[in-house]
Design a protein. Structure first.
Lengths: 624, 316
């Protein structure tokens, strides 16, 4: 293919960017409509960062409307550890007037607004930011030629950013070729034309907004970085864990997991079934598990509710199953494309009856991969349903992380059809027993029925009160015993002191970052991220005892009694009055500043801003 | 590494003792004396004896209801699942293991009411399994409420003045849903019942037999109109023999969907036998197996590790 590309480095030397002081990290927000392909641009930047060993995190909102509607994509790239997508943007790319108006407030003082001069008229009196007009639409049409359809202006902007931030053009054009390479050649050529046009935008118009990102220090012998979103990481984790069967029903934001499983599993000799409803999906998955495969089903909030009866059966019949719940704003249809962590108590207690089961929560995109492996291990070892509570934020955001060591991690599962001995009991009271899938010959000559009825050790229905008490206790003790097999929880920051911040799920990054700022402001603060929600990790009492305040940060409502869902659980479990709660329900991830301010208020910290100044992530110099 | 995760055709079985009723009997049924379900159970033992599958390869499943206690009474691998959902559960077993023989039992409430949607979709997907619906036209386990097949005017605890709602026509529903084998029998006609269940077991796809099975406790006499010794008429469906004789044209061709609908619309008590059989529609088992084989071929039978490593390499 003939590409009119500018040779790599040519632009850079002309601009002498090396004379610019390097910046540690940058937050770029793209605001447009959902069909503008801004996710694609964000994705290119995220993958470029991954390939350059830079840390990256993204954040996006997708409208729940079918087509169109405002959409944003925020990407933060840096050479240090990137824990959140950034509170405020250093650079805002606005495609339309509404994009500018809705997101001007997200731009920090001194930030840069890059806008399409065809569609946006910024407030001329706004002196707090630098506004740069670029004829994105016209220039794209001119570069690509032909229709006035504006397709490709996202790639034009990518070229522009490559120029502004001295990005690696060779790697970016390679990414563009990979992305569009499968399509017809015109598409690749047009994309490269748009990119080159953006890159070639006359430098004098950009002279006051050229930057150089600090180059990361290469890690010797480090693993290559991969860049993906949480739903994909979780799906690949399931594949690594040996899960080859599953069933589901479409619901946002779970659907992309089932789509990927449906297309990937046949490659592995496996099978994913799209069912008529959530109940059928849970049931088909349990059928797979019963016949000897470790199966997965999944959903989002309302769908998990529908699966609850089947999950009750799985606890009673002691059947292994992985259940993924990608949480979203509830109740009911709620805010299906927004972020909320309001299914925690449902996950633990949502079924009828006493239904102990395991609940896990990954802390970031990378952890979505590893938690799937952990869930599979527990489900099999303890013959139990395991719910993975992820959320809309983890599901859709993109992060770069070390490629997993697959040869070490991959698990090969096969149905265990070995003959069972003459003394085999399907439900012994004193031990965890995996069920005998059909196909296994029973040495006793007695074939078991897996049952939702209360039963004796041989699986016969039993309404004997003593037996029900024993079996209830057995199922409880089984799940309690999972805790002994869990790795110790990670405690960040001060190991004792004023405040312990507790998080679960997607709050991990913002809490970690808030930790730094609070400590910078003089407080002694620790951070504990709970990945195991049910059962809880051993040894938490000792950790709790070392702090004056314990604050649980979560994205759900404070409820009738003033505490979020995990805080409620921890207060009930540990009876510690100093366990407090920081909650919110705006459908967005926590900003670091939100956590810092609310913690400061709770513990009466005099000047939280002191920490902000020291630990500022807003590394770009303020310009006049 | 990447042998298909699902065992394909079972290996030739080693010589073994034949399956007898003695081996197949498990817990004593909890049904009331005189319940039609006893005869269904006896017929099931008979066809299992005849089929003589390896005992460990037979799976007996059910949902919830009187009839759904079935698995406890049969000495095979069994599952007593939740109300109305036994079909998707069974589908997972059938699709997950081609070497198993899957039989599902249930009642009219389980199949046509709470499980109605699953019945329609299982029929549409056509997984390989046999489903026996023991229809007594009343909720028995919960002690006499109107069921989806209770006739208009049936007096129950929920309709003491007589049922108001139009009952389901099981044959019409099943044919319409795309079930590939649809038959109807009667618990008082054991030979017919055994014949229908056996033929259902031989069908490659989703085969359903509805069996009128009287609840002597809560709906006595429900099916007398098709019991000759009680003054009813027992009319079976004569199947086409394709012998070229003039009378053969009047016999029923089970491949003829329209003719099957006409039979299903005959007034109560209607006829008994095979209403419909579609031998050409592939099973979901076969379709998924083909999809897997084609996909594996495209990957050139790469190992699991190779496949996943490649996926990660694309994300670098």
């Amino acid at each position: 293919m003939v590409s009119p590309n500018i040779p790599p480095g040519a632009g850079a030397s002309a601009r002498a960017t090396s004379s610019l002081a390097p910046i540690a990290d940058v937050v770029i927000r793209f605001a447009g409509n959902s069909q503008d392909g801004i996710q694609a641009v964000g994705g290119f930047l995220a993958r470029l960062a991954g390939r350059s060993d830079q840390e990256v995190m993204t954040y996006m909102t997708i409208p729940s409307t079918i087509s169109g509607g405002p959409s944003i994509f925020q990407v933060r790239i840096g050479s240090g550890e990137i824990l959140s997508a950034g509170d405020r943007a250093d650079l805002l790319v606005a495609f339309y007037q509404h994009s500018y108006e809705s997101h001007r407030a997200s731009l920090r003082p001194g930030g840069v607004l890059l806008y399409d001069s065809a569609h946006v008229t910024p407030n001329p009196d706004d002196k707090e930011i630098t506004a740069v007009a670029v004829p994105m639409t016209a220039a794209t049409i001119e570069a690509v030629g032909g229709s006035s359809k504006e397709k490709g202006k996202n790639i034009y902007v990518l070229g522009l950013l490559a120029r502004m931030f001295d990005l690696d053009v060779t790697k970016l054009t390679q990414l563009i070729k990979e992305r569009f390479g499968g399509k017809n050649e015109d598409i690749v050529r047009n994309a490269l034309l748009a990119f080159d046009a953006g890159y070639a935008y006359p430098a004098e118009h950009l002279s006051h907004c050229l930057f150089r990102l600090e180059k990361p220090v290469p890690v010797a012998g480090g693993r290559p970085q991969v860049t993906t979103d949480g739903n994909t990481a979780l799906t690949l984790g399931l594949l690594a864990a040996g899960v080859r069967h599953g069933a589901g029903y479409p619901i946002t934001p779970w659907s992309s997991i089932m789509e990927t499983l449906r297309t990937e599993l046949p490659k592995y000799g496996g099978l994913f079934v799209q069912c008529e409803d959530e109940i059928a999906a849970a049931s088909t998955a349990l059928g797979f598990s019963y016949c000897g495969h470790l199966a997965v089903t999944g959903s989002s909030g309302p769908g998990l509710s529908l699966k609850m009866e089947a999950l009750g059966w799985a606890t009673m019949a002691e059947m292994p199953l992985i259940v993924v719940n990608v949480q979203r704003g509830g109740p009911s249809t709620g805010m299906p494309t927004n972020i909320e962590q309001s299914d925690l108590l449902q996950a633990i207690y949502g079924s009828h009856g006493d239904t102990p089961r395991v609940v896990l929560a990954p802390k970031n995109v990378e952890d979505c991969f590893y938690i799937a492996l952990e869930a599979a291990r527990i489900a099999r070892e303890f013959s139990t349903p395991v719910i993975i509570l992820t959320d809309q934020a983890l599901a859709t955001r993109i992060e770069a992380f070390d490629e997993p060591d697959l040869p070490k991690l991959m698990v090969d599962l096969k149905p265990d059809l070995a003959p069972r001995g003459a003394t085999y009991k399907p439900y012994p009271l004193d031990e965890v027993r995996r069920h005998a899938p059909p196909g296994s010959v029973m040495g006793s000559g007695k074939y078991p029925t897996v049952s939702g009825l209360e039963h004796d050790e041989l699986g016969h229905p039993s309404a004997n009160p003593a037996m029900h008490m024993k079996m209830t206790a057995k199922r409880r003790e089984k799940i309690k015993s999972v805790a002994a097999t869990l790795p110790a929880p990670e405690l960040f920051g001060d190991q004792s002191g004023d405040v312990l911040l507790i998080g679960w799920g997607c709050t991990y990054g913002p809490i970690r970052e808030a930790l730094g700022r609070l400590r910078g402001a003089g407080a002694t603060v620790g951070h504990l991220q709970l990945r195991h929600i049910h059962p809880l990790d051993h040894g938490l009492e000792e950790i709790f005892a070392r702090y004056q305040h314990i604050l649980v940060v979560e994205i759900n409502d404070e409820g009738l009694y003033g505490f979020g869902q995990l805080a409620t659980l921890l207060r009930a479990r540990y009876c510690i009055p100093s366990i407090g709660s920081i909650t919110k329900t705006d459908g967005l991830t926590y900003k670091v500043s939100e956590i810092v301010e609310r913690v400061a208020k709770k513990i009466s910290l005099a000047d939280p801003a002191a920490g902000m100044r020291k630990q500022s992530v807003l590394a770009m110099p303020v310009r006049n | 590494m990447s042998a298909p995760a699902v065992p394909l055709a079972p290996a030739a079985d080693a010589p073994r003792a034949s399956l007898t009723k003695k081996v197949l009997v498990a817990d004593h049924p909890t049904w009331c004396p005189g319940c039609g379900d006893f005869a269904v159970l006896a017929s099931f033992y008979k066809i299992l004896e005849k089929l003589n599958y390896p005992q460990e390869k037979i799976v007996t499943l059910a949902g919830i209801g009187c009839s759904s206690r079935f698995p406890y009474f049969v000495n095979t691998h069994g599952g007593h699942y939740i109300h109305g959902r036994s079909l998707p559960f069974a589908a997972g077993i059938s699709l997950g293991r081609d070497d198993l023989h899957v039989f599902v039992f249930g009642g009219d409430g389980d199949g046509f009411s709470i499980g109605g949607n699953h019945l329609v979709h299982t029929a549409r997907k056509n997984p390989r399994m046999t489903y026996v619906i023991m229809d007594n036209s009343v909720y028995g386990l919960t002690k006499k409420q109107t069921s989806p097949t209770s006739p208009i005017g049936f007096k129950s605890k929920t309709d003491p003045w007589g049922a108001l709602d139009q009952p389901i026509n099981p044959m019409r529903t099943l044919i319409n849903s795309g079930a590939t084998f649809v038959a109807r029998s009667h618990a008082t006609q054991v030979a017919h019942m055994v014949d229908m269940m056996y033929r259902a077991s031989q069908h490659d796809g989703f085969s359903v037999v509805e069996i009128l099975s009287e609840c002597v406790e809560f709906y006595e006499g429900a099916f007398d109109s098709s019991i000759p010794r009680k003054g009813g008429s027992w009319q079976t469906i004569e199947l086409r023999k394709n012998d070229g004789s003039p009378e053969d044209a009047a016999r029923h061709d089970p491949a003829d969907e329209l003719a099957a609908f006409k039979l299903a619309l005959e007034p109560w008590p209607g006829r008994f036998g095979i209403f419909y059989e579609n031998k050409t529609r592939p099973t979901k088992n076969a379709l998924e197996r083909k999809l897997i084989a084609n996909t594996r071929e495209k990957t050139k039978n790469a190992s699991d590790l190779e496949l996943l490593s490649k996926t990660f390499a694309r994300m670098r």
